[in-house]
Design a protein around this ligand. Structure first.
Ligand SMILES: *Cc1c(COP(=O)(O)O)cnc(C)c1O
Length: 385
């Protein structure tokens, strides 16, 4: 080992994978602003504004809405850690990587889990949920992924929410790949606990996990007879840190809060509806382009933020991804689980969801796969819009 190190010089990639997504310059500038103390009056104001912007983005009035220190998975842990007491029964909906992870996390906090498994890529029929709740009447929480990034499945939640509440359980939702990209209505859909991450449709660097808890979830936490197993993620203390009392718990990642606030301000300026429409248009154009060169979507793919397509037969899919990166500076994702080596996952999340990115990727794929017609098909969609 020598003691010489390279200069920090990461390339400016076009991030079209399953996250992180492209970070707008305004957010990077916010990140590089002077660090202040985490109890500095300026920072307290920034925390308050961030909470309000988060509520607007989640479409909720929930008082307990804040950003957990850590990535999306920390948000997942925060939800289970605070709502589960050892021996509680939890139904986890497992149709991809993240439903699988929720089961693991719930078990680690002492839950008795009842995984409801369906084929990867499928979405749930509310009747399946109703049947499972009937078979497990003692269920305290039903946990489900809104946007399954491993397959592209987009799960409708409204009817499921009604069924879960009729059964007397709480609804816990993974909104990591939907918040800021897809319609998500925490209050209208009566979601009791929801978590997300900063690096998907919010287009912020990874590092914070927005969470929100309904009054019903709060009541369940307040009625706990055991301590939350994680000190770091204990909402009874985090509430007092993010609330008016400002009781020191841990030092919030000050500059990441600047970045998240800026990302949420960008959404506020664009408006959620315009943002959802943008995601829809770019997805439609990409889809037309990919299908024009015979790349088939995984049948149930219904997300506008994540496009999962089968890789063509007789090609080295990893080599194509490598060439996309090396020749075109574009990152896309590989398949996971049953789709390993068999699918590409193309994210069009947040700032990455643009016409120029769609056109660039399609042109690159035309060249690497020696096919034509993709950019043309996408242009037709844009011209018609
Ligand atoms: C990315 C992702 C996660 C995990 O988030 P990390 O930021 O990687 O910890 C959880 N759920 C879904 C649906 C995701 O896409």
């Amino acid at each position: 080992m020598t003691n010489t190190y390279t200069q920090l010089d990461p390339p400016s990639r076009v991030l079209l994978g399953p996250g992180p997504s492209d970070v707008p310059p305004r957010i990077l500038t916010a990140l590089a602003s002077p660090t202040v103390g985490h109890l500095d009056p300026t920072y307290l104001q920034i925390m308050d504004e961030t909470r309000q912007l988060l509520r607007d983005t989640f479409k909720t009035k929930n008082e307990l809405t804040l950003a957990v220190s850590g990535t999306g998975s920390a948000g997942m842990e925060a939800c289970f850690a605070n709502l589960v007491e050892p021996g509680d029964h939890v139904i986890t909906c497992v149709n991809g990587v993240f439903g699988t992870r929720m089961t693991d996390v719930a078990q680690r906090y002492g839950a008795i889990t009842h995984p409801l498994e369906i084929d990867w890529g499928q979405t749930y029929d509310p009747r399946q949920i109703a049947d499972t709740l009937k078979q497990n009447p003692q269920t305290k929480i039903l946990a489900i992924v809104h946007a399954e990034t491993s397959t592209g499945a987009h799960q409708p939640l409204e009817e499921i929410s009604r069924i879960v509440h009729d059964a007397g359980a709480l609804l816990l939702v993974d909104a990591v790949t939907s918040l800021g990209g897809l319609d998500l209505r925490v209050d209208d859909w009566q979601i009791d606990a929801v978590y997300s991450g900063t690096q998907k449709c919010l287009s912020c660097p990874p590092g914070l996990a927005p969470v929100s808890f309904s009054p019903a979830a709060l009541a369940v936490m307040d009625a706990r007879t055991t301590k939350v197993q994680s000190w770091y993620l204990d909402m009874s203390m985090l509430r007092n840190y993010w609330g008016e009392q400002r009781v020191y718990h841990h030092t919030a990642p000050v500059n990441m809060t600047y970045a998240l606030r800026e990302a949420l301000l960008l959404i506020h300026e664009e408006t959620l509806d315009a943002r959802f429409a943008r995601h829809h248009l770019n997805h439609t154009a990409l889809r037309a382009g990919l299908e024009a060169i015979d790349l088939q979507y995984i049948p149930q793919n219904s997300l506008t933020t994540l496009n999962a397509v089968h890789t063509p037969a007789n090609i080295d899919e990893a080599d194509i991804r490598k060439q996309l990166l090396n020749q075109f500076n574009i990152e896309i994702g590989a398949g996971l689980g049953p789709f390993k080596g068999k699918a590409w996952r193309i994210g069009l999340m947040g700032a990455s969801s643009t016409q120029s990115n769609v056109t660039l990727l399609l042109a690159a794929l035309e060249k690497l796969l020696d096919r034509s017609g993709a950019t043309h098909a996408a242009a037709d969609v844009y011209n018609a819009a």
